[in-house]
Write a protein that binds this ligand. Structure first.
Ligand code: NAP
Length: 336
């Protein structure tokens, strides 16, 4: 039996999720879409020749008995409201990151899910489904490099819009590293500090760029992430894990190698299409787990909450320039 999806927010990533659910994810169909831009959504559906009900509000979509699971791909501040309604209706939810824009709203989502008594929410931290990160994780977990000591990571974007601000380097961009690094190294953050090296001339008044975010984990590892969102040259994600017995590197994004004009070259991704396959895999995992009536240990609402609390500490550290504590309470039994 296929899972009937309702997608809230048919913007940049929402449209790609609609396409993947209709065309590539086995056992899924899209029966409804809610977007405040109803005319634009209908235009998109016409172009793609998809037959899907269109609603103006998430409330109508969630109430539709022909919707089993809800994909939340609207802008961040709208996520919490939609997710809380969907949980109340006992529907599964795939939420794009962030789960919610405040730790307080994330807590409300945890409370609502625990009240329902079953895991309903998966958060779109797709890097956990990326082949390269999975290889890195398997190497770490097989003890290939022994005790872990440090991580050096980079999140580079070619460019960002004028509306992008210093804190968005954390809440929009670093949020992926915040999730994937604690998963990779099997440790939790203790504190964080942010520093600003010499700045690019392409920064705006409201954007400091680049930034260096330095986490210390509970066991004393140092994880350093360089966030640089105006590199011009590409979307470049790097991660190097240093252990007592060796060093592991995240495999490079790969394209065919071109020999031409006395040069050998390979491509660098232009944006989050770097993770196209991972989005397919994360949705397939979501569908498979719904069909088995159980959400396995994939990015949960708890992981969304931890990311929000950690992001808050990072944003605080951006202005205080001091070491800020990452204060995560004890993980509830429900999420263990
Ligand atoms: P976007 O292009 O602005 O799309 C958001 C869409 O949702 C727009 O069509 C917007 O309509 C609509 N919308 C906003 N509030 C709504 C509401 N309350 N109900 C229904 N529709 C609503 O943004 P995006 O880039 O697709 O990002 C969407 C989400 O995905 C964000 O949370 C973002 O952080 C996340 N994201 C994740 C990744 C990843 O790598 N996992 C990558 C990109 C984005 P209007 O345009 O009319 O406002």
């Amino acid at each position: 039996m296929s899972i009937k999806f309702g997608v809230v927010g048919a913007g940049g990533i929402g449209k790609t999720h609609i396409e993947r659910l209709i065309e590539r994810v086995a056992g899924a169909e899209v029966t409804a879409i809610a977007d405040i831009n109803v005319a634009g959504t209908k235009e998109f559906l016409k172009e793609k020749n998809y037959k899907v009900n269109v609603y103006e509000t998430d409330t109508e979509l969630i109430a539709d008995p022909n919707v089993d699971a809800v994909v939340v791909a609207s802008w961040g501040p709208a996520h919490a409201e939609t997710i809380l309604q969907a949980i109340k209706a006992n529907k599964y939810v795939f939420s794009e990151k962030p789960l919610a824009t405040t730790a307080e709203d994330c807590q409300k989502i945890l409370d609502a899910e625990m009240k329902q008594g079953k895991r309903l929410v998966q958060v779109g931290f797709m890097r956990r489904f990326d082949e390269g990160y999975i290889q890195l994780k398997e190497a770490i977990d097989s003890n290939l490099i022994g005790e872990l000591l440090m991580v050096n990571a980079q999140h580079f974007n070619p460019t960002v819009p004028d509306s992008y601000t210093t804190d968005m380097a954390v809440t929009d961009t670093l949020i992926h590293e915040i999730d994937v690094l604690r998963w990779l190294v099997n440790d939790e953050y203790d504190n964080v500090q942010v520093s600003f090296p010499k700045q690019t001339s392409r920064k705006f008044g409201h954007l400091k760029d680049p930034q260096i975010v330095r986490f210390e984990t509970k066991t004393g590892m140092i994880l350093e992430v360089q966030v640089f969102v105006n590199t011009q040259y590409g979307y470049d994600i790097q991660c190097q894990v240093i252990g007592e017995n060796g060093v592991l590197d995240l495999p490079e994004f790969s394209t065919v190698r071109l020999r031409q004009d006395f040069k050998v070259s390979t491509g660098i991704s232009e944006g989050w299409n770097r993770f196209t396959k991972s989005y397919d895999v994360e949705f397939q995992a979501f569908v498979d787990s719904i069909q088995q009536r159980e959400l396995p240990d994939f990015p949960s609402a708890w992981d969304g909450y931890v990311a929000a609390v950690t992001a808050d500490a990072c944003v605080k550290a951006q202005t205080s320039k001091k070491q800020e504590k990452v204060d995560i309470p004890e993980k509830p039994e429900f999420y263990k």
